[in-house]
Ligand binder design. Sequence first.
Ligand SMILES: Cc1cc2nc3c(=O)[nH]c(=O)nc-3n(C[C@H](O)[C@H](O)[C@H](O)COP(=O)(O)OP(=O)(O)OC[C@H]3O[C@@H](n4cnc5c(N)ncnc54)[C@H](O)[C@@H]3O)c2cc1C
Length: 471
Amino acid sequence: VTDFHTAVIGAGSAGLTVAVGLAGFGKKVALIEKKHIGGDCTNVGCVPSKTLIHLASHMVEYNGAENKFSSAEILAKVRERRDHLREEETTWIKGVKNITVFEGEATFVNSTTLSLKLSASEQTITAQHIVIASGSSPIVVDVPGLPPGRILTNESLFDVTQPPNHLVILGGGIIGCEMAFAFRKLGSEVTIVQRAPRLLDRLEPEVSDLIQTRCQEVGMNVSLNATAHSFEASTKALRLEQQGKSVTVPNVENVLMAVGRKPNLEFGLEKAGVSFNEKGVPTTQSHKSNVPTIYAIGDVSLTSAFTHTANAQGRRVVQKIALPFLPQGKEAVYPSAVFTDPEVAYVGEPLEKLKKRYHPELIRTLRFELKKTDRGYTQGLEHGFILIHALRLTGRILSATIVAPNASEMISLLTLAVNKRISLYQLANIVFPYPVLSEAIKKLSDQFVFATLPKLPQELLSYLRLRWTRG
Ligand SMILES: Cc1cc2nc3c(=O)[nH]c(=O)nc-3n(C[C@H](O)[C@H](O)[C@H](O)COP(=O)(O)OP(=O)(O)OC[C@H]3O[C@@H](n4cnc5c(N)ncnc54)[C@H](O)[C@@H]3O)c2cc1C
């Protein structure tokens, strides 16, 4: 007999989903959180960053025009909204039937027992199932000479009260690029230092090109193929190493670390016999670790790095534990969004990766510029496109990328198409309200249909020849 049916380590997106889901099935749940309810998303991730992006976009024009609020007021409002949500979530979760919230740090004693370090006491609890949802932390790289007071991470960024005069962002991935646009709008000089040859290098190259262009248009500095070498405190100069050359970035006030995340694993996993590596806890499709009663989901797993994917995995664990005999398919293909200006949203793999699974000639790539849609014209849109990779002949969509002002809202139709195998033939028949940017999906689908149907016999032969041949 255990104290709890399930114990959940971490009350972020992943942990909250499991705790609330299982409690809804009448299971007795212990939810343990050592910092703040809501985890990174509510406190130092999605919520403050998206609030900042929204307020900065609506209150400030790049480098100029009259502002409704000062940058300092915007930063204060970000904290206000974040704190309000944190308090709301904390009050709510403490009132959920069947959940006991422990505010403290959990450590494994063995595979069914946790030791809890609470503010004024220690306690041991046992549980039939344990879900590790401990999240991740920012990686901080060593830059010789850089004083700790000049270093920012996502954990301290939203506590700054004034935008830095000159913010250097190490890392040109999602977090780095999003914060670059936001702080530029607040009036900071922004320099992105990216080790890879392009920004957002895990996405399609077309996206990197467009975002690079936008960075230049709004007056940011971007150093590609570059790493931070050292900092000279007296002159506030950051020295970069860029393809064998030394480059100096002057007058640097703060350096934001956005080079990647590391899983939070320091709570005695070895005592429970749970295997892990530097990337996190490997799991099965049902999110079980090598110990079948211990699960790992969200950022601490190897397969999730977003709030919506943490939530999706949490829901799968709830189903697995509460309804173990219900069949559970593979994980869906999850979409993701990057809240730059314009936004980027994608689902499925970029072309480079697809070519490793399919013969390159089997993949049809279609691109439509949004300014060629009527809505793009009426909006005077300059940048933006939809890119789809589909199988020739069948029109099955393998992956899609949208760059548009509201790409994050437009990607769901294509996510559905990828997961439910809705083909380009079917998308060509969808009627969109007029005028919308999503009409580009129909135009793309038409392109495919008109390129395929008139040559059907050749397409069929090519498809059969290439289908089982890898690239
Ligand atoms: C700046 C930034 C912006 C982001 N923006 C987005 C976005 O727009 N959209 C999106 O989908 N994702 C975004 N993300 C990613 C998203 O925040 C994470 O993927 C998500 O929060 C992961 O959820 P999680 O539950 O796995 O972990 P977390 O939210 O990190 O929660 C883990 C919790 O576990 C607690 N914990 C750890 N160890 C212990 C222990 N031993 N005992 C008790 N408690 C413990 C931690 O304190 C933490 O609260 C962003 C991330 C950052 C940094």
